[in-house]
Design a binder for this molecule. Structure first.
Ligand code: P6P
Length: 341
């Protein structure tokens, strides 16, 4: 029997459920409620990916016609994904509040179970405008603990907390394969869905963002409305800055653009623009989850000035600029930003 097939050397298959149970030991007294909570997310994302994979073959394509709280036309899959996540999560007694990109207000679930200790904030289908052209989309999530002394009739207070207190965050990218990436504050781990058995299998243990990367990622169509130091920084990278010849990659789907940055390194930016002076990405369910993961993987994430995870949110759908990536590119960005102050 050669080395490759010798059972003694075959790597063990670790499912995300096994991994979560292992990680949960970090939370004394978690009593399994945390892993039960995360299983609601993995179940929902398996249902979402099944629809995303079939989007071209069912009548799920196209626009629902309604406008969401963001002022964006809701795609059919947005609605479906949101309903699936709400359904799978609200049956978890440990969850008291849900907040979604698709819902204007925070949702109090179970009519307020006294056992509820967690809030989950999510974007059910980020980048959904790309669905009809078969570009990767994603689900993002952030898990917060109920703040001390906050009652069940103040659902917004459960979610308006800085990203630094997230107890877990992650995303699922529906790309050439479906990959779940999450962290509970003990490193970043990736799981690839094996559709033949319907299980997320550990495929990227302990992800570390490279200290420097080959790519910068920004929508250069808005270049003229970026603050000057952003333009100078991008020109610097393009012109051999950091002694490196950068390539530009921009998918226009945050989860996909960040996933590449996490694995390959480099920098992803969504600066302030004329149409989005506070940036376009939403703090609670886009910037905070990826900033949490970036830092856990050894990277840095700012809003151009301060650490994303230090921002105190004032509203659920608050937007923020974001610059997130490897140490080298982020330290260089800070040099340009500090010169501009
Ligand atoms: P633009 C998708 O709509 C999204 O919210 C993010 O996923 C993505 O990074 C960004 O907007 C793309 O915005 O203005 O470059 O099309």
């Amino acid at each position: 029997m050669n080395e490759k097939t010798d059972p003694a050397v075959i790597e063990p298959i670790i499912t995300v459920q096994q991994h979560i149970l292992q990680e949960q030991k970090r939370f004394p007294g978690a009593s399994g409620e945390f892993s039960w909570l995360l299983s609601g997310i993995t179940m929902a994302t398996k249902m979402i990916q099944a629809k995303v994979r079939m989007a071209g073959l069912t009548d799920i394509l196209g626009e629902w016609g309604t406008i969401n709280v963001q002022g964006e036309v809701q795609q059919n899959l947005d609605i479906y994904s949101n309903e699936v996540l709400v359904h799978c999560l609200k049956v978890r007694e440990s969850i008291g509040v849900l907040a979604s990109e698709e819902n204007e207000q925070a949702i109090l679930v179970h009519g307020g179970s006294e056992n509820a200790n967690y809030a989950v904030v999510f974007d059910p289908l980020d980048g959904s405008s790309n669905i009809d052209v078969n570009v990767s989309v994603g689900t993002t999530f952030s898990i917060l603990r109920r703040p001390d002394g906050v009652s069940l009739d103040e659902p917004e207070k459960w979610v308006l907390q800085p990203g630094s207190v997230q107890i877990a965050a992650g995303y699922v990218v529906y790309g050439s394969s479906t990959i779940l990436v999450y962290s509970v504050g003990n490193g970043v781990h990736g799981f690839t869905l094996d559709p033949s058995i319907g299980a997320f299998i550990l495929s990227h243990p302990d992800i570390k963002m490279p200290e420097q990367g080959p790519y910068y990622s920004v929508n250069e169509a808005y270049r003229d409305s970026f603050p000057t130091h952003y333009r100078n920084y991008i020109d610097h990278l393009r012109n051999g800055g950091l002694n490196h010849k950068y390539s530009s990659r921009y998918i226009g789907s945050m989860v996909a653009d960040f996933h590449r940055t996490l694995l390959k390194g480099g920098v992803f930016l969504y600066p302030p623009t004329e149409s989005n002076s506070e940036g376009k990405l939403r703090l609670l369910y886009e910037a905070n989850p990826i900033a949490f993961l970036a830092e856990q993987a050894g990277g840095i994430a700012t809003d151009g000035t301060r650490r994303v995870l230090d921002i105190q949110p004032n509203s659920i759908h608050q937007r923020t600029p974001i610059v997130v990536g490897s140490q080298a590119e982020m330290i260089e960005f800070e040099r340009f930003a500090s010169e501009a102050r």
